[in-house]
Design a protein around this ligand. Structure first.
Ligand code: HEM
Ligand code: HEM
Length: 177
């Protein structure tokens, strides 16, 4: 069944590419001129994805996958006990990770931009904050990929290829559609 629409998939892989480029450009490979453009692309992707979270189709909407504290805690207990249901959209923990990633990328790119303005240029604390946020994006993304691999194994489906094709195995009896 179709789960991730074209725009969700395009935005996801553009975001991954732009953040990878923003990071790589800081490693002294002679591509530092790509740092700011890559960061602005990441910011534009986040803004688009947030708009799509209100205007997009069923599985793209925040109201579909951002769950309350008690539902999220229950899901975490079910994962720990090894009997969590399969979700067709983002599961409750994955949903909060989506929110955290979007906010953290937005904060990273915004602090990077501010550092280039006349008002904040040379402010040491802002430079430090920008770099700390950039590291937080890396840590969150690593946990995110860990969660994707874990859930793929638990439910015997390749979630990474689903983010390319948009399709997942249809909902079965106990699945949360
Ligand atoms: C900088 C790195 C990354 C960021 C910021 C990021 C961000 C996101 C976001 C915002 C979503 C939600 C998609 C949506 O509803 O629009 C998502 C989902 C997803 N991402 Fe990433 N991602 C990153 C890296 C990766 C990588 C490297 C992989 C694969 C190896 C990956 C695989 C996935 C998959 C499979 C989903 C769907 C999860 C599900 O089935 O619920 N992500 N990611
Ligand atoms: C989300 C994307 C971004 C990531 C992951 C990121 C990451 C980083 C990292 C890791 C550094 C430290 C580099 C070093 O110490 O050599 C850095 C520095 C910097 N970034 Fe970003 N950045 C992003 C977006 C932006 C944007 C949008 C701008 C501005 C338009 C920007 C402007 C800068 C500047 C000016 C520095 C140098 C600060 C200094 O001289 O110490 N960044 N960024």
């Amino acid at each position: 069944m179709r789960v991730w629409d074209r725009l969700v998939r395009l935005l996801h892989w553009t975001l991954v590419g732009s953040i990878a480029l923003a990071w790589l450009s800081t490693l002294g490979l002679g591509i530092v001129k790509w740092h700011e453009p890559a960061g602005y692309v990441a910011l534009a992707v986040v803004a688009s994805r947030i708009a799509w979270g209100f205007a997009g189709g069923h599985y793209a909407r925040f109201t579909q996958f951002v769950r309350g504290a008690s539902a999220t805690a229950r899901y975490a207990r079910e994962v720990a006990a090894g009997h969590e249901p399969r979700y067709i959209g983002h599961n409750p923990l994955g949903g909060w990770m989506v929110v955290a990633l979007l906010l953290c990328v937005a904060a990273t790119a915004t602090t990077g931009w501010l550092y280039t303005t006349d008002m904040f240029w040379g402010e040491e604390w802002l430079d430090q904050l920008h770099q700390a946020l950039a590291w937080a994006v890396l840590v969150l993304a690593s946990v995110h990929v860990g969660g994707v691999v874990f859930t793929s194994i638990r439910h015997q489906e390749n979630l990474v290829s689903a983010m390319f094709t948009g399709n997942k195995r249809p909902a079965g009896g106990d699945d949360v559609a």
